[in-house]
Design a protein around this ligand. Structure first.
Ligand SMILES: CC(C)(COP(=O)(O)OP(=O)(O)OC[C@H]1O[C@@H](n2cnc3c(N)ncnc32)[C@H](O)[C@@H]1OP(=O)(O)O)[C@@H](O)C(=O)NCCC(=O)NCCS
Length: 165
């Protein structure tokens, strides 16, 4: 049976190994890692899926902010990586992790300010994320605009720089 537990309760080395398997070992150069900086993941929104003593999926969320060109800071939550073990993909685990994270974000009052870099075919189709308000955001590295997605009433549709909170 699959169990969902706080990410902080699982071995950090196992998390890193799973992320390497899902994204490749060159993943640290990705723009998303620069956006979140040295922050720690938000505990309530960071979840692991386990099967027996095996780690099969993770979701992590980070405190970030958009500093707009008028000097206002907009606190946001960056979701990701979402990773499912390649052996267990397409079995609903990714959707389950996202659904649990979204419920936790609602409980924390953070579900009005969510963003991520990911496939709109997945995050749009199942969870209502889109790129409608992110077009004027600048990031500390390259990003495919159609993959810069957001959801929630507090998402600012303004020009600004995205970075660590
Ligand atoms: C993307 C990922 C998290 C999805 O989790 P999962 O448990 O494999 O997928 P789920 O079972 O929740 O969802 C399956 C459905 O999503 C679709 N899907 C899965 N990954 C997709 C993607 N990248 N783009 C579009 N659709 C996708 C499947 O086709 C399937 O659709 P169907 O039900 O119509 O057949 C997982 O495949 C993964 O870790 N991939 C590698 C890392 C990655 O790309 N992460 C996302 C970027 S942050």
């Amino acid at each position: 049976m699959i169990a969902f537990v706080p990410l902080s309760t699982v071995d950090g080395a196992a998390v890193e190994a799973l992320l390497d398997r899902a994204f490749g070992t060159d993943r640290h150069a990705r723009t998303a890692y620069k956006v979140r900086g040295a922050a720690l993941p938000i505990p309530a929104l960071s979840i692991a899926a386990t099967h027996g003593d095996r780690l099969i999926g993770t979701i992590q969320c980070w405190p970030v902010r958009l500093m707009d060109d008028d000097g206002r800071s907009h606190p946001l939550v960056m979701i990701g990586p979402v990773a499912v073990d390649p052996d267990r993909q397409r079995d609903g685990i990714g959707r389950d992790l996202m659904t649990r994270m979204l419920a936790a974000a609602q409980a924390e009052g953070l579900d009005d300010r969510l963003m991520l870099i990911g496939d709109p075919e997945y995050y749009g189709r199942f969870f209502g994320f889109d790129a409608a308000r992110t077009g004027a955001w600048r990031l500390p590295g390259p990003v495919e605009r159609h993959r810069l997605l957001a959801r929630g009433d507090a998402i600012p549709a303004v020009a600004g720089m995205l970075g660590p909170a």
